[in-house]
Design a protein around this ligand. Structure first.
Ligand SMILES: *Cc1c(COP(=O)(O)O)cnc(C)c1O
Length: 226
């Protein structure tokens, strides 16, 4: 199947839902991104800063670049001038660094807070209480160059669909609760980034507004750790 026919069929599935497609192009060559671009795709996701910077420099300037992977603080400066949305903000320290770089670039950088929803013991993400603490904190007043646009989560990598569904549903419940409880100029809570190739249909049923799909569009990647 070609990139364009894969995009077409995913877009058909998403047509009557709130979910927007982020095409995850990590490890894939620019030629394949151009192919997707020419069939109308504008939002692309990468998880490595260097790769993101190189691709942004080489590819059309109206592409929206999404940083979807774990982001190290010392690398924020490289993407701050152009990044459209940072999906995986998992610490207050990182949020402060993004704010600093947003100020230097005289822009507001939209961010999603990554929530730890999977049963797996991953290192990254806030839990529900930590996120509430953050949203209640005075520190938000200082962060004039970030906009917290919603939440991001990754479900457990399992064949158990009920488990995946309940993890996604939990993220939607949390977002609704946060929307109802907190209001602040830094908060513009509306996005839920959840769903990848293996689980995006469930994610969309459970309220996703952004699906991050790579291998279904571009084919399997060669690296075990991506
Ligand atoms: C790689 C990646 C994806 C896409 O994964 P696929 O299974 O190829 O669709 C989505 N989200 C994140 C955070 C990723 O790192």
């Amino acid at each position: 199947m070609s990139v364009s026919s894969q995009l077409q069929s995913i877009n058909q599935e998403l047509a009557n839902t709130p979910a927007k497609l982020i095409a995850v192009s990590k490890t894939k060559p620019n030629e394949l991104i151009i192919e997707a671009y020419e069939s109308g795709q504008r939002a692309f996701g990468e998880n490595k800063v260097q790769e993101l910077v190189d691709k942004q420099a080489a590819l059309p300037k109206d592409i929206e670049w999404h940083m979807i992977g774990h982001l190290q603080r010392n690398k924020v400066k490289y993407i701050a001038p152009f990044v459209h949305l940072i999906h995986g903000v998992d610490t207050l320290k990182l949020l402060k660094e993004i704010n600093k770089e947003g100020r230097k670039n005289d822009r507001m950088i939209p961010c999603l807070l990554q929530i730890h929803i999977a049963e797996e013991d991953t290192k990254f993400g806030f839990d529900a209480n930590e996120v509430k603490e953050l949203l209640e904190s005075e520190v938000l007043n200082e962060l004039e160059h970030v906009s917290i646009a919603g939440l991001m989560g990754m479900a457990t990598n399992t064949d158990n669909e009920d488990q995946v569904r309940s993890e996604f549903a939990g993220l939607t419940v949390l977002l609704k609760e946060l929307i109802a409880s907190y209001s602040h100029p830094r908060l513009n809570l509306k996005e839920i980034s959840m769903g990848m190739s293996g689980d995006y249909k469930i994610a969309v049923e459970e309220g996703s507004t952004m699906v991050r799909i790579g291998s279904t569009i571009f084919g399997a990647r060669n690296y075990a750790n991506h």
